[in-house]
Design a protein around this ligand. Structure first.
Ligand code: AMP
Ligand code: MG
Length: 277
């Protein structure tokens, strides 16, 4: 199954989220098979991340967006958890702090962008500034409507500097969100995750749909594609994201750097040391 092809939003494509099945899973694929395949993919991801770190030339930025309880935290834990923390960082974007809101909206994202060799995951991102900000009129339309162009230019700048950008919209439906809220309520270890916003945002469901659709349609580019991932089944969501990231990283054709030393000379010295005891 080619998840890259299935879920990638083509540049200029207008998407209608209500038409996309959040419950999708491939026919004939059992959860057990998917989990075995997922384990293979996380092994590959680990190797690719090691290679990216060693090569120290390119970087990877993963953007995760979705409604409350869409699975952003779970995706980070399951898909990216196996990566080596030395080469991978997560930045979670909250309501802007005083200093953040004293700058332009991209400032806090730009300083969090990955340096060479690194993987960076954005748990929410600069897209909040055309999502929550738009839905709640936190700035006038004349301000947020210009931001799509700024975002595209920003992402092109990162891409031109060697950063591969992959953006995932985790697509769940209304019923699934309510189901997950209930689980948070029933599980004492998850109670802390509940916020007033979870419920107060639900009446804005359709406004968010429109905001997500515009963000995805306006900002899915060759440099920084959006993927709409069916998210009701967590195991399928994890598999699809891992599959897409592996394919994209393999496409970079990264190479381990040549050793900085003369390996024949090093072997000779080793041999001498070994013989001398
Ligand atoms: P969580 O990701 O569940 O910890 O929640 C973070 C909260 O911060 C969410 O309610 C976001 O909508 C909010 N948030 C993130 N970025 C912005 C922003 N630029 N402006 C306003 N609210 C934001
Ligand atoms: Mg959350």
């Amino acid at each position: 199954m080619d998840c890259t092809k299935l879920f990638r939003v083509k540049p200029g494509e207008n998407i209608d989220l209500d038409d996309i099945d959040a419950d999708f899973k491939p026919e004939g694929l059992s959860r057990d098979e998917a989990e075995a395949e997922f384990a293979n993919l996380t092994e590959k991801l680990r190797d690719l991340q090691h290679l990216m770190y060693a090569e120290d030339s390119r970087s990877l930025l993963i953007v995760l967006q979705g409604r409350d309880a869409a699975g952003k935290d779970g995706t980070i834990r399951h898909v990216f958890g196996p990566m080596n923390p030395q080469g991978c960082r997560v930045t979670s974007f909250k309501v802007p702090s005083k200093i953040e809101s004293a700058h332009d909206f991209l400032w806090r994202c730009h300083i969090a962008a990955p340096k060479r060799g690194m993987v960076r995951i954005f748990n929410r991102s600069h897209y909040e500034d055309v999502l929550v900000v738009r839905v709640h009129d936190l700035v006038p339309k004349t301000v947020w409507s210009k931001r799509y162009d700024h975002i595209n230019a920003f992402e092109r700048l990162l891409a031109d500097n060697g950063t591969m950008i992959l953006k995932f919209y985790l697509h769940i439906d209304r019923e699934e969100q309510l189901e997950r809220f209930k689980k948070r309520m029933d599980n004492p270890k998850k109670n802390w995750k509940i916020s007033d916003a979870d419920y107060s945002e639900r009446p804005y469901w359709d406004a968010y749909t429109k905001a997500f659709e515009d963000a995805i349609s306006n900002c899915s580019t060759d440099d920084a594609p959006w993927f709409v991932i069916p998210g009701n089944h967590k195991w399928f969501r994890n598999l699809a994201i891992a599959d897409i990231v592996v394919e994209a990283m393999e496409g970079l054709k990264m190479r381990y750097p040549k050793p900085s030393v003369d390996m024949d000379e090093i072997r000779r010295m080793y041999h001498e040391a070994d013989e001398a005891g």
